[in-house]
Ligand binder design. Structure first.
Ligand code: SF4
Length: 208
């Protein structure tokens, strides 16, 4: 996709999400939260769903968990403007309950379109629900921080910053996992460069 095509697609998704009534969450939301960030990002972060602050502002990760996420990105040498951040459901589940399977399913088309348009090198899943999209049946305590090649991308499951914020063990785990991002990006570059020298199609690459 050209940059102009990406912009058009991301704008179209945002507009459709804003008016979406595909699931029950549309009835209780104040603002839908399509996601925001760099449409040419190499890193895409996928959380669970908007919380109270996000629902008020229509933006992802703006509460305390968002501040913590900014700190984690900074430590990894990244800024919010470098990445794209969204959620598996774009509207807040009432009372911050877990999103239901039919809500995740109803919203999945928007996430797929965002993923196709941005085409990131690395996808970071934050929390159980985005992890389950790529690692069904896995436990986050077992696989967090372990990058896996899925298609042409690296996918790295991590704890959700909101869960890690106030629990020392999880906090240090997510800090360590975020600190791996620069190395992962460098590894993607190294493998792609080697592949281009050998004329290997990118979809045949195994990074890890
Ligand atoms: S959560 Fe997703 S599918 Fe449900 S109303 Fe919001 S945008 Fe539509």
């Amino acid at each position: 996709m050209t940059i102009a095509e990406r912009e058009r697609e991301m704008q179209a998704v945002a507009e459709e999400v804003t008016g979406c009534t595909l699931c029950e969450l549309s009835r209780s939301r104040n603002h839908a939260v399509p996601g925001e960030g760099n449409i040419q990002a190499r890193v895409m972060l996928i959380g669970e769903g908007p919380g109270w602050h996000e629902d008020q502002q229509g933006r992802p990760f703006v509460g305390n968990a968002g501040k913590f996420l900014n700190e984690l990105l900074t430590k990894a040498g990244l800024q919010r403007d470098d990445v794209f951040i969204t959620n598996v459901v774009k509207c807040r589940p009432p009372g911050n309950r877990d999103p239901l399977p039919d809500e995740i399913q109803a919203c999945s088309g928007y996430l797929e379109r965002q993923m196709n348009a941005i085409d990131p090198d690395v996808v970071v899943t934050l929390g159980r629900f985005s992890m389950a999209k790529y690692f069904p049946g896995e436990r986050i305590s077992r696989i967090h921080g372990q990058a896996k090649t899925i298609g042409t991308r690296l996918v790295v499951p991590m704890y959700h910053p909101a869960a890690a914020l106030h629990q020392a063990a999880l906090r240090s785990a997510i800090e360590d996992d975020f600190a791996k991002l620069p190395k992962l990006l460098a590894e993607v570059d190294r493998v792609r460069e080697a592949a281009s020298e050998q004329d290997t199609p990118p979809d045949q690459l195994e990074l890890f």
